[in-house]
Design a protein around this ligand. Structure first.
Ligand SMILES: [Zn+2]
Length: 432
């Protein structure tokens, strides 16, 4: 919007009125057997944000810091990440299913990844429909999504998890992200984008968590039948006009810190999306509006923007300002900069048995000693320890000479990876 940006706190406060109005949506859904019919696009992101801010006041401070850094970067072009380099984001898709129809195929999942790659790299054919006054703003965000090839603990993976669940319908209470509540735990959110495809209820197509939220719930949830693209994989399971994969494009936009384009002010013309080159807009647009739809004395809502509420076929662009805002997360110190060094998108290669590196003793209490192939240079090996959920343990450090002290590690089971470059062996280890 063309207004000077609000303070971050004002922005966060703007989410509060939605809390009361949508409290009903946040109630856990149990025993619901049928999918709520989707009559228009609805995204639960702002309601989830309001609930999270109410539960954890520190989150507002974390988000305010991210906002301050974002605004600083936007004001100093020299500090912005060069858009010459494409950011590659490893993705894990958790498919939770209670019926066969909900267990969408790998091909349907892959069609969704393909849509994200088109939309975030301005490779979607329909961006040319953008009205002339906004055509010059259509941005290549320069982000590429790849299904993970390596799990957080270094094992090979397709990046797609299919998991049966007794839960027939999910709400925005994040149970879907928790194995103990019938869902599936997030992978390390600093290294992966977590997507959950499930039978999301409450009439919602999806919801996302903004940067600054809890790592255990970081990611995007999408209704299974709005996941993927009928145009790319016709044999999938799809719902009405939300069948081209744009729900994920919209929700990942939130995950990359974009706000709704109308500023979530219910038509007041006072809210902001914190982006300078998008027009001020009253309320959300539904369906497929003819251009121009004028509100707040603008030249026409940018209703074809992915961050509006239009049908999949009628949204086809991010603006340059939105791209800069998203890319600020990947600058030095940015909230999602860890993705730039994630190994998740690279397949692991296990050493041949004859040359495999191992270690002893196991279990161990104090020191692990590497057992390397004859003549190997211990300094060339990188050694890392992960817990069973894939978080790297910072209490241990390899000395580069064949020994690793584990005495500070809590007791329990871990994975140890030992490798030189692309060749990595991975073994379980017990700290006693
Ligand atoms: Zn949204």
């Amino acid at each position: 919007m063309n207004k000077l940006y609000f303070s971050a706190l004002a922005l966060l406060a703007s989410a509060a009125p939605a809390l009361a109005q949508d409290a009903q949506r946040l109630a856990p859904v149990t025993g619901m057997e049928t999918t709520t019919p989707i009559t228009h696009r609805a995204c639960g992101t702002m309601e989830v944000l309001a609930a999270q801010l109410a539960a954890d006041p520190a989150q507002a401070q974390r988000m305010a810091r991210i906002e301050a850094q974002t605004q600083q970067l936007l004001a100093n072009p020299a500090l912005q990440r060069s858009t010459a380099g494409t950011v590659i984001i490893p993705v894990v898709v958790h498919v939770l299913y209670n019926t066969a129809a909900q267990n969408i195929s790998d091909a349907q999942v892959q069609s969704q990844i393909a849509v994200l790659n088109e939309d975030y790299q301005k490779l979607n054919a329909d961006y040319t429909k953008t009205p002339g006054i906004y055509a010059g703003l259509v941005a290549n965000v320069n982000v590429q999504f790849v299904l993970a090839k390596r799990t957080p603990t270094g094992a090979a993976t397709t990046g797609i998890i299919h998991k049966a669940t007794k839960t027939s319908s999910w709400s925005t209470n994040d149970a879907v992200k928790n194995s103990k509540r019938g869902g599936d735990d997030a992978w390390d959110a600093t290294k992966y984008l977590n997507l959950w495809a499930c039978n999301l209820g409450q009439g919602l197509l999806g919801y996302a968590q903004f940067p600054g939220g809890s790592a255990s719930t970081d990611g995007v949830v999408i209704l299974y039948s709005a996941f993927g693209s009928r145009a790319k994989y016709a044999a999938g399971t799809y719902t009405s006009t939300y069948d081209l994969g744009r729900t994920a494009t919209h929700e990942v936009g939130h995950w990359l810190n974009l706000r709704h384009i109308w500023g979530d002010d219910s038509g007041a013309c006072t809210g902001s999306d914190q982006v300078a080159d998008t027009p001020n807009q009253g309320a959300e647009n539904y369906g497929c509006p003819a251009f121009p739809h004028v509100s707040c004395s603008n030249s026409g809502d940018m209703s074809m923007n992915y961050m509006d509420y239009t049908d999949d076929a009628c949204m086809y662009m991010f603006s340059t300002g939105q791209s800069q805002r998203m890319n600020a997360l990947f600058a030095a110190g940015g909230a999602r900069v860890g993705l730039l060094t994630s190994p998740g998108g690279t397949a692991p290669r296990t050493l041949a048995t004859s040359s495999a590196a191992s270690f002893y003793p196991n279990p161990a209490a104090d020191v692990l000693t590497l057992d390397l192939p004859r003549g190997a240079d211990a300094a060339r090996y990188a050694v890392r320890v992960y817990d069973l959920t894939g978080h790297e343990m910072t209490q241990v450090r390899y000395d580069g000479r064949g020994q690793m002290r584990v005495s500070d590690l809590p007791k329990g089971l871990y994975y140890v990876t030992i490798g030189t470059g692309a060749e990595v062996s991975r073994q379980r280890f017990e700290k006693e």
